[in-house]
Ligand binder design. Structure first.
Ligand SMILES: Nc1nc2c(ncn2[C@@H]2O[C@H](COP(=O)(O)OP(=O)(O)OP(=O)(O)O)[C@@H](O)[C@H]2O)c(=O)[nH]1
Ligand SMILES: [Mg+2]
Length: 225
């Protein structure tokens, strides 16, 4: 202690919400550590990168859109190059309450290897997402014995040393499931904490097709394919 904490934010066409997200990230107690914010602009054609730079973030850019899993991987690798001790993943669209950041870090400091937020499966979460998130979490439990009730929540933190045990290949939204499966196989202790459920935008990101793709990947990982 104190630790270097890198907050990695994948962003695709997030200029309208990103400034608010970046300014709301709390400073951490000096005895906990210093934080750096890395925004990965995933090939946006709007002002996402400019907004991030103005707010003082380190900006890494994909020239073309590669997907949320790819963006998060690029950002995580940048965080590790910076020498981060702890990596945090936070979405750029305001769905991950910044005030919960100290609780995520605290869970690591208390002994967890990694930690994710768990959202409440009721309104304002759209009914389709309630069904999909519940379904994928139950399938993950049945196939891999992973007890995380919200496997698709992308608000998480982990110790940098755990990276080789969780590093994912999926460039799409399946990355969230893939890292949990890899972590389980490597004996990583992955805790969860409840977080506030926020829905600000119209349905824009994941859909039924993503859910089906994630389900098929879960089955193929279980079968060892
Ligand atoms: N949709 C999308 N998001 C991306 C992409 N690359 C990076 N992102 C970022 O990844 C994060 C998660 O994407 P979202 O579309 O919000 O996914 P989601 O939260 O699962 O879905 P919603 O509930 O509809 O918001 C956001 O910060 C995006 O800006 C991409 O190619 N497509
Ligand atoms: Mg979102």
């Amino acid at each position: 202690m104190p630790y270097l904490i890198a907050i990695v934010i994948p962003a695709y066409h997030e200029a309208p919400r990103l400034r608010g997200v970046l300014t709301a990230i709390p400073w951490l107690l000096p005895e906990v550590g210093e934080r750096r914010v890395i925004v990965v602009d995933d090939g946006s054609t709007d002002a996402t990168a400019a907004v991030a730079r103005q707010a003082g973030a380190i900006v890494v850019r994909h020239r073309v859109n590669l997907g949320a899993g790819a963006a998060l991987r690029t950002g995580t690798e940048a965080a590790l190059k910076l020498g981060a001790d702890i990596v945090v993943h936070m979405d750029a669209d305001g769905q991950h309450p910044p005030e919960d950041l100290p609780r995520l870090i605290d869970t690591l400091l208390r002994g967890a290897d990694a930690v994710t937020g768990v959202r409440a499966f009721h309104r304002p979460m759209p009914w389709l997402f309630i069904f999909g998130n519940r379904f994928l979490s139950r399938v993950t439990r049945a196939l891999f014995g992973i007890a995380n009730p919200d496997t698709q929540c992308a608000y998480r933190a982990f110790w940098a040393w755990a990276w080789p045990s969780i590093c994912w290949e999926s460039t799409d939204y399946a990355f969230a499931s893939e890292m949990l499966v890899r972590a389980k196989r490597h004996g990583i202790q992955w805790d969860t904490i409840p977080i506030r459920t926020i829905y600000l935008d119209h349905y824009k990101g994941t859909g039924i097709g993503d859910g089906v793709r994630i389900f098929r990947k879960l089955v193929s990982w279980r079968l060892g394919a």
